[in-house]
Design a protein around this ligand. Structure first.
Ligand code: NAI
Ligand code: CS2
Length: 488
């Protein structure tokens, strides 16, 4: 048998769990054992446990891909490592907060549902990506035509979508007279708790009005602002982790040292004292979410589209260009910050400067291609909401228009040298149809892409001034290329 991180071969520099793991119970079920959860909620829970010695354990679940990672996690006693990499610091932490790990391919759909229905479970947390909510991105309502939702409505006891799992597990709890739970969304969606609540209630209502009413009255859906840059793990990262840890850790991830979690204090049942590990519980998260989604994620997407088109593979590469760095800072300060309504004393400019520093971290290889993914699910909260604000105020939004044009140019599927771009997005076939119909890189695609109401809603596309701003930016990109576009 080969050694794993559960064996006593791990390098002494790795920080180990500082609490009694045997006392943990599965009180949290987490759906989406991706890179982000491992480096964020799992770390907060681990650090909280080191302070309190409590019993908040996590059962990890992935619903689609990821069965191999779940199997690996089981093989290594549910331990995994997180490597925090600053510009010139490296710290490796072994996380011990996980008690169980499940996947439908390993345990059957019913196995997962029964785990979620266990009496001691108090929280269902989620990192299932923006598209995992099966919502219309522009308005946050359930997309009833979604293939997974259509399937689940016909087979509610054998669901496929995260929403289907949550509602079926809640039904079992409701019928067995068990306590309700808190559904804790940790995805980058504007008012993520409200969106989770809306889709769960709408879907439950289509199945059973009584169940929907019970959920509405008993289950809570706090909003959260989550922040830590955690790039997808590459082979290079895996090798580096093996070197640092002493044995391979197929569940290991690497991330930046920065970490932030602001949580609306609205729990149906118990909650961990995550504040002891640095999280903040507040009454209203929405302004913080908005600030993060527009300033960080908005400029991330701007840099991802224009960076990819300009030939930059990583965010940190774009930060080596004065033009890209200045454009990202101006986008944040001139066009995103003015749309925010922050509590008094919030240092927005300090936040923007810190973001530029975080984006510049040379130890993180965060691919522009990764961030460019799923743009249809990301543009509304990252750019479109702010554009609406500027149109209402009559103020300048030229960087945002360039960002939208960069997305349009990117989803053409062809880069500036004519090479194919691997566009990943649930709406990719709609983009292909438009480009095929209108002609490759014809500026009329602007009007056609703007008419996708799942992204731009219904009123914005009718605004001629907006269409012209995006069209001009698109023409700039065609004529000069991303690196020479106006605002770069
Ligand atoms: P990942 O690709 O490593 O993991 C994605 C997880 O979501 C996997 O477990 C996958 O099985 C699951 N998933 C994907 N599509 C799904 C669907 N339709 N239904 C149910 N589950 C689905 O991605 P990562 O890095 O963990 O990010 C996940 C989400 O976390 C992001 O989309 C974002 O909303 C949020 N986030 C990510 C940050 C990062 O820097 N990676 C930071 C802040 C938030
Ligand atoms: C990124 C985010 O992939 C993306 O779209 O913008 O995942 C970003 O890394 C995080 O939100 C940082 O907290």
């Amino acid at each position: 048998m080969t050694n794993t991180i559960a064996d006593p071969v791990v390098n002494p520099g790795v920080r180990r769990p500082a609490y009694d793991r045997a006392g943990l119970k599965t009180r949290i079920v987490h759906i989406g054992f991706g890179a982000f959860h491992r480096a964020h909620q799992a770390v907060f829970t681990d650090e909280m446990l080191a302070k309190t010695g409590g019993d908040w354990g996590i059962c990890e679940m992935s619903l689609f891909s990821g069965d191999a990672v779940i199997s690996s996690l089981r093989r290594q006693d549910h331990l995994f490592t997180v490597t925090e990499k600053g510009a010139d610091t490296t710290e490796v932490k072994m996380i011990g907060a996980v008690t169980e790990a499940m996947h439908p391919l390993l345990d059957g759909i019913d196995g997962l549902l029964e785990k979620m229905a266990e009496e001691q479970v108090e929280i269902f947390s989620l990192t299932v990506t923006e598209k995992g909510y099966c919502a219309n991105p522009a308005n946050g309502r359930l997309d009833k035509s979604h293939t997974l939702i259509q399937h689940d409505l016909l087979n509610p006891a054998q669901p496929k979508s995260a929403i289907g799992y949550i509602v079926e597990a809640l039904r079992r709890r409701f019928e067995r007279g068990l306590a309700p739970v808190t559904v804790l969304s940790c995805d980058n969606i504007q008012q993520n708790g409200h969106v989770a609540r809306a889709v769960v209630l709408e879907y439950a209502g289509l199945l059973d009005e009584r169940l929907a009413a019970w959920i509405e009255q008993n289950v809570t859906f706090p909003c959260t602002m989550v922040d830590r840059i955690v790039p997808a793990v590459t082979e290079e990262t895996q090798n580096e982790i093996t070197e640092l840890v002493g044995v391979p850790d197929p569940c290991g991830v690497a991330c930046e040292p920065f970490c932030q979690w602001i949580i609306e204090d609205n729990f149906a049942n118990g909650r961990p004292e995550w504040d002891l590990a640095g999280a903040q519980f507040v009454a209203n998260v929405v302004p913080y979410e908005e600030m993060k989604l527009r300033m960080l994620n908005g400029s991330h997407s701007f840099l991802a589209y224009l960076g990819y088109l300009g030939g930059y593979a990583h965010i940190s590469d774009t930060m080596l260009s004065d033009d890209y760095r200045r454009a990202a800072f101006n986008l944040m300060m001139k066009e995103q910050a003015p749309t925010l309504d922050m509590p008094k004393g919030t240092d927005v400019e300090g936040y923007a400067r810190q973001l530029i520093e975080r984006f510049s971290n040379p130890s993180l290889q965060h691919r522009t291609w990764q961030i460019a993914m799923d743009g249809s699910q990301k543009l509304p909260q990252r750019m479109v909401d702010a554009i609406k604000h500027h149109i209402a105020q009559g103020t300048d939004y030229s960087h945002l228009a360039l960002g939208v044009a960069g997305w349009m140019r990117y989803v053409s599927g062809q880069d500036e040298s004519g090479r194919e771009i691997d566009v990943r997005d649930p709406m990719v076939s709609a983009f292909k149809d438009i480009y095929e119909r209108v002609g490759v890189l014809h500026p009329d695609v602007v009007r056609e892409l703007l008419s996708l109401d799942a992204i731009f809603g219904t009123s914005l596309p009718a605004n001629k001034e907006f269409e012209n701003a995006v069209r001009e930016a698109y023409l700039q990109l065609l004529e000069c290329g991303a690196r020479s576009a106006w605002h770069l």
